[in-house]
Design a protein. Structure first.
Length: 117
């Protein structure tokens, strides 16, 4: 079965940077689009960024555009989210997800990102 394991979260001051990783297993990673989502306390899960199977096409939420970069290394079965210029409002649990038949059907367990002001 598909397994997605995130890492790289932590506590950082406003303006700082973090890089999240998501290692996938269970099926051919390079065949599927991937995405990052986040959920802050008391809020619904929201879209952050997405990337197609090859890494050639990316999408971002307006709130992170210009600060976050999604990428992937298909040889390492790994998805990344480089987060620069972090703001307190970026505090959330971040999840990676794999797309299948148009839907994000597989999710990781999440990694906590906390940005202090």
């Amino acid at each position: 079965q598909v397994q997605l394991v995130e890492s790289g979260g932590g506590l950082v001051q406003a303006g700082g940077s973090l890089r999240l990783s998501c290692v996938a297993s269970g099926r051919t990673f390079s065949s599927y689009a991937m995405g990052w989502f986040r959920q802050a306390p008391g809020k619904e899960r929201e879209f952050v960024a997405a990337i197609n199977w090859s890494g050639g096409i990316t999408y971002y939420a307006d709130s992170v555009k210009g600060r976050f970069t999604i990428s992937r290394d298909n040889a390492k079965n790994t998805l990344y989210l480089q987060m620069n210029g972090l703001k307190p409002e970026d505090t959330a649990v971040y999840y990676c997800a794999q797309k299948d038949a148009g839907l994000y059907n597989y999710w990781g367990q999440g990694t906590q990102v906390t940005v202090s002001s």
